[in-house]
Ligand binder design. Structure first.
Ligand SMILES: [Zn+2]
Ligand SMILES: [Zn+2]
Length: 489
């Protein structure tokens, strides 16, 4: 949904909402006979919820043109994801809405970092346009590090000027996304500081990404005005950051699961300045476990008070992201409401988005199909690869990426690979495997197209070894010199 249009509250809307709030006119919709969770006090109390247009007009006793019986249910605000990458779900905006609305997610703050890596901010603009008619609010944090570092080869580069221009023209762009080049920030890299200043000047806020940052370096990072982090992996780290005023997004994604480690900080110090997010969630997990509802359920299972868990997925997220009319069931707030039969079980039964029923009993209402513009199609060009491409000549010990379960952090290791006929080989017994990354994105393709007379691009298959805990991934780079056999020769 295009929030600019959707949240416009003209005088006509206001007069009508006032009349409904006073009880002079019937509401458009009344959710009747249920109990309401107040995210302001943590109480659950009996009240009708009156809706006028897309907003809540009042709580109390109300009559409506349309009424929905929610007796036996607790009404909680629609859930917000404080930080996520839509690309990780592999879903388009309509498909994602279809998947998560039944789980009670009504607003997401996305960082379209991968779209920007491929298409630049033109891609982000197209993404926002495509979400216009989808009944879910998509707000964008503008990707801050494209490419992520100078070691990456991306299809586009986003400069401070690009960020400024984008923020000026797109009201749905609400801030600067995870500033992940934290060493650059701490060192005072002028290009990065310019992006922060541009964002500040546009009246927007700054999301952080500061894994393991502590002491003076953390102070320096925060001194720039960056105010949040979603990369904490242990309670001590989260506590140090919270003490310095940082807003902590507790991440529970598909690969990185930090809720169990970080929740003790909430149990001891309360939910202030704390939010829940998924960052990266695979489609299978969305289907089987759900979205923000599953994070709330897990928090409750781990001993969190249900009201505190819900506050971290609603009001706190809305406040950090300056979406001041989101995240609560109260007059003036957008009418995003989730009905659950039991607060502790937290299984959404019915979901309203901006006053419209959008999901019931696990099914979303029909949502029109959205297609990406034609110029975005055909952007994944994978060259034909053969077994020979995965050959690594034996050269003794190799560098290995050590991966940890439930974490994104890796370790730099060195290990002895298997050996066969002069080649280094994988070793399943040690969970030592090769990984290949084929560089065949549109960035390369674009260069091919703009320089038609040039030599064909060298294909580059990057091979690595990886191993799980206490084991390791070998890391090796192989460059092929044959012309690539992709379709863009
Ligand atoms: Zn991050
Ligand atoms: Zn992220």
């Amino acid at each position: 949904m295009n929030p600019t249009v959707a949240s416009s509250q003209g005088n006509g809307d206001m007069a009508r909402r006032l009349a409904v709030a006073r009880g002079d006119e019937p509401a458009d919709l009344v959710l009747k006979g249920g109990r309401v969770l107040s995210v302001f006090t943590g109480e659950v109390f009996g009240a009708d919820v009156a809706v006028a247009g897309e907003h809540i007009a009042g709580l109390g006793s109300y009559q409506g043109i349309s009424e929905a019986d929610v007796s036996g249910h607790v009404l909680v605000p629609g859930l917000l994801d404080a930080h996520m990458h839509l690309e990780s779900t592999k879903l388009m905006v309509d498909e994602f809405a279809r998947a998560v609305l039944p789980h009670g997610t009504t607003t997401v703050i996305i960082d379209p970092h991968e779209v920007a890596n491929v298409f630049g901010l033109r891609g982000v603009r197209a993404l926002l346009e495509s979400a216009g008619d989808v009944p879910l609010d998509y707000y964008v944090m503008v990707p801050s590090c494209v490419p992520a570092s100078r070691f990456e080869s991306s299809g586009a580069t986003v400069t401070a000027e690009d960020v400024g221009e984008f923020l000026r023209e797109q009201p749905e762009a609400i801030g600067l996304a995870e500033v992940m080049d934290f060493p650059g920030v701490v060192a005072g890299d002028p290009g990065l500081l310019a992006k922060l200043a541009t964002t500040r000047a546009a009246g927007r806020h700054l999301d952080g990404h500061a894994p393991g940052l502590s002491g003076h370096a953390l102070n320096a990072y925060l001194a720039t005005g960056i105010g949040s982090d979603h990369e904490c992996t242990d309670a001590a780290e989260a506590l140090e950051k919270r003490r310095l005023g940082m807003w902590i997004m507790i991440r529970e994604g598909s690969a990185a699961c930090n809720l169990e480690a970080l929740l003790p900080v909430v149990l001891e110090h309360g939910p202030r300045n704390s939010m829940l997010c998924t960052d990266d969630r695979e489609p299978g997990d969305l289907l089987h476990d759900g979205h923000m509802d599953s994070v709330v359920r897990k928090a409750i299972r781990l001993g969190c008070d249900p009201a505190d868990a819900i506050v971290m997925a609603t009001l706190n997220t809305a406040r950090w992201h300056r979406r001041h009319d989101h995240g609560a069931i109260a007059p003036w707030y957008v009418a995003d409401v989730v009905a659950v039969p039991d607060l502790r079980e937290f299984r959404p039964a019915k979901v309203w988005k901006r006053g419209r029923l959008v999901a019931s009993d696990g099914e979303a209402v029909p949502i029109p199909k959205v297609r990406a513009p034609q110029w975005m199609h055909d952007s994944v060009r994978i060259p034909v690869v053969s077994a020979a491409d995965f050959r690594i000549p034996d050269g003794g010990r190799v560098r290995v990426i050590g991966v940890e379960p439930g974490s994104l952090t890796t370790r730099a290791l060195v290990a002895e690979p298997g050996h066969r006929n002069g080649d280094a080989t994988a070793d399943p017994d040690r969970d030592l495997a090769k990984v290949a990354r084929s560089r065949s994105g549109p960035g390369e393709g674009r260069r091919d197209r703009t320089a038609p007379g040039n030599r064909p691009h060298r294909d580059r298959v990057r091979l690595r070894f990886r191993a799980s805990p206490r084991r390791a991934w070998l890391h090796h780079r192989a460059r092929r010199t044959q012309p690539r056999r992709g379709r863009r020769e």
